[in-house]
Design a protein around this ligand. Sequence first.
Ligand code: ADP
Length: 452
Amino acid sequence: MIYSLLVVILIPVLIVLNTYIIITKMQVNLDEELRYKAQLAAHSLNVALLNYVDEPNEVEEVITNYAKFTKDVKNIQIIKKINDDFKIVASLNPEDKGRLVEGQDKTMLAITWYDKNEISTEMRADKRMEIAGQEISFDERLWAVRTPIVNKDGNEVYLANIWVSTKNADINIANTVTVAGIVLVLTIIAVILLILGNSRLFQYAVLFEKLKEVDQMKDDFISTASHELRTPLTIIRGNASILVEDFSRLKKEEITNMHEQIVDSTNRLNYLVNDLLDVSRIEQNRIKLELSEVNVLEIGRKITGEFKNQAKEKGLHIKENFADKPLFSNLDKAKFEQILINIIGNAVKYTKEGEVEVGITSNEKGNSILVRDTGIGMDEDERKQLFSKFYRIRNENTENIPGTGLGLWITKQLIEMMQGKIMVESIKGVGSQFTITFPKNEGKLTSQNKQK
Ligand code: ADP
């Protein structure tokens, strides 16, 4: 997907770059060509003038005829050096004749004269002009070529200043740029259409990923649910059939033990069914919260107490760290109990030795419940997926521990429904710490039912 996106962005960028490079190169080449053409015009003028350099009266006629046959030549001035001055002795523009050249132009002519080499400069017409029937429009670009005019013996006699227009070439370039621009816009439109077409492909790719996820979830669900159903069902069926077939031969404590196992397994099935029902209620927004002012401390103490026996049986110490005054939050009491049962239950379930600490305190962020254990812990990747539906960490430490992978998902949803937050920190092999925070109930008692 990223690759296609890069290609789609790269294509228009390359097209724009390519067009830009071609046009700039073309402009430079054409300019060189025009300059060369202007110099050629200067040389051929010299050839045309060769026989007339010593007859000033003929010079004007030669240049007039010459201009007629050379397209793009807009003006020709023939200049004579008199002492330190440069005087225009013949020109296609009659107004120039007899004028002394001044300023920068004079410097250029002096350099040309002493170097015996032509100098070409680019200029732009500052007004519309008409010279010998040839029109020069405003801002028209011209090459001005100053060149020495020599006699048959090769001695400099005059200087010529020839203006060659680049107008036609400039129009051609402008046309090419317009056509290239249109082609470019069309290409970009085509690429945008391609991107839009591709975006549908991207959507399909995302959908495909989602379907794969859903499919995986379905597999996880079937494997978890069937495993979680089979174990208690096998125990119930086995014990029940022994009780039916061999009841008279069983001792009293054996019968009690079997009954207890049946009750445990039934409870386990009950938890599984309740978890599944909770998931479906949450997903369909059918959870009804009975919010009221709840003493977080009191409930926390009660639920922690309920785990003491189970912890003791595993040899775990339960450490309590409770605030010394009641802490109130606006919660659904039963859901809050369910949250604590899940988190403290997990801490006891996933800890082989050591202790489980339950801390209930208050700080500026709210009332917080901290459950820390010295259990199996988890690594970074496992921690990231912890709150996903059906996610269970599967390794040698967890293979014999029953569970559905739904508890933490349900817990997180319930906490968030009651404006709370849950955070987890964990180190594999060292332990985990879950922190739940609910906003404090500031003062007055508020009771409401919230339909979610
Ligand atoms: P389960 O029914 O499997 O316990 P949960 O959603 O409650 O489902 O937990 C998901 C997984 O997170 C568990 O399978 C377990 O691997 C891991 N887990 C949860 N709590 C702890 C804990 N306190 N210490 C280590 N691992 C934990």
